[in-house]
Ligand binder design. Structure first.
Ligand code: SAH
Ligand code: TMP
Ligand code: ZN
Length: 405
């Protein structure tokens, strides 16, 4: 029986995705036999409403010196983080003397916007290889996990932070109580904590079960964020919808004392209630939709192969790992997966062992079908691959449902 990481109440498992490898653990053939699998199940806490995965691998097995995800790989994400940084700077009226701390600063894509303008800044990033890339850009980075202890140490050495920011990291940290206590301790009295995460409402609306993987411990909503951080004297004062990662929310929090709450918070909470995010039946319906999507994707790819067509994957994403394994797609069905990240190329997809090849393999000899595993970058990719479609190449999408274009 799994207990909620937030409130310790027994949770309800609503989707069992089966044995899974680590979603970003692209590997070489010599490691196939040693590959590590864990059981991936999504659960809902009927008491506090938090949606979470039931078992999580050890963070040290995921975030280390050989971490595969580099934020700077997508041109749009680079622009997005510039916009994020400018929004934080302008909304909070920050100047170079203010300390800006980023949690999960990865390759420095976001913080470089502060570093290059001469701001006091610090990235906290446990994956050493991506941190090296950040340092090479002049982004000060502490290679460690953010938690309450780290927050206290940073405060001791550098004083309080005017802003603590983060993207796609808060829901990655199993001990959210420690994160909230750390934010409370590190934030200056008039400071703000601003973070972004793919949100539960978008996942449910899009049928995006591929957001469920080892690194994503929680699926957050305005309701659950307000609840957990509220326990530590932090108030959700604003929330903004973002289109990145298939639908995200940017949460703005402050110390509770004297905090003024924007109307957007009540609107988001009402939307979440309307979508039934606090009700078990919502998650039962989600499971049925996932099972249908799985069967349809197998069918579409299977039919294409039966007709002698070539099918590849586009984007060796963590999300793609989940889809490939959950749907039982094999190297016989998917010839290779194209990806622009050097650290993934010439490795194989976790669990399913499909080769990952550079984009050139796709461009040099267009396949008949490409499954878009980087669907959150759909516009960027469809725009740059207009030649593929013009030459008769077809895209297979599985979000919001399986369809061919
Ligand atoms: N913020 C970047 C990277 C997201 S990937 C972006 O949005 O593109 C998640 C990052 O969080 C990884 O770089 C991982 O190493 C880091 N991370 C994981 N646990 C962490 C923790 N406890 N504290 C700080 N960073 C953490
Ligand atoms: P993400 O969905 O987690 O952001 O990961 C996107 C992955 O897709 C990353 O490995 C880089 C890859 N990618 C491409 O191969 N081509 C592209 O045009 C884009 C935008 C991403
Ligand atoms: Zn709970």
């Amino acid at each position: 029986m799994h207990h909620c990481r937030i409130c310790n109440h027994p949770t309800e498992t609503f989707l069992d995705l089966g044995p899974m490898p680590l979603a970003n653990a692209f590997l070489l053939p010599e490691d196939f036999l040693r590959e590590h699998f864990y059981s991936l199940r999504a659960a809902f806490c009927p008491s506090c409403g938090m949606v979470q995965i039931a078992d999580n691998p050890d963070p040290e097995d995921m975030f280390h010196g050989d971490y595969a995800y580099f934020s700077g790989q997508s041109r749009y994400m680079v622009q997005h983080f510039q916009g994020f940084a400018h929004s934080v700077r302008d909304t909070l009226g920050l100047g170079p003397k203010d300390l800006v701390v980023e949690i999960g600063s990865n390759d420095g894509t976001m913080l470089t916007n502060f570093a290059s303008a001469g701001f006091r800044h610090l990235g906290i990033e446990p994956s050493g290889n991506v941190a090296d890339v950040a340092r090479a850009k002049g982004v000060e980075t502490l290679v460690t996990f953010f938690n309450r202890e780290t927050a206290l140490a940073v405060r001791e050495q550098q004083g309080p932070a005017a802003a603590i920011i983060g993207a796609n990291v808060v829901a990655h940290i199993p001990d959210m109580h420690s994160v909230a206590a750390g934010i409370k301790a590190l934030l200056a009295p008039d400071g703000s904590f601003v973070f972004e995460a793919p949100d539960l409402a978008s996942m449910i609306v899009n049928g995006a079960y591929d957001q469920i993987y080892d690194e994503h411990i929680y699926f957050l909503s305005a309701s659950t964020v307000a609840h957990v951080f509220g326990l530590y004297g932090l108030t959700l004062v604003d929330v903004q919808e973002q289109w990145v990662h298939g639908g995200s929310l940017r949460f703005w929090l402050r110390h509770s004392e004297g905090a003024r709450i924007s109307d957007a918070v009540a609107r988001q909470l009402a939307k979440e209630t309307r979508l039934g995010l606090g009700e078990t039946k919502t998650y039962d319906a989600f499971r049925r939709r996932c099972e249908k999507s799985r069967d349809q994707l197998r069918q579409v790819v299977g039919d294409a192969r039966a007709a002698g067509k070539r099918v590849v994957g586009y984007g060796a994403t963590a999300k793609g790992t989940i889809v490939l394994n959950y749907c039982g797609l094999t190297p016989e069905m998917i010839e290779f997966v194209s990806d622009t990240t050097p650290a993934k190329q010439y490795k194989f997809t976790p669990g399913t062992h499909i080769p990952v090849l550079p984009h050139g393999a796709f461009a040099a000899d267009y396949p008949d079908y490409a499954v878009l595993f980087a669907w959150n970058h759909r516009e960027e990719i469809l725009a740059k691959e207009s030649q593929y479609a013009a030459k008769g190449g077809k895209w297979i999408f599985y979000v919001p449902d399986v369809h061919v274009l």
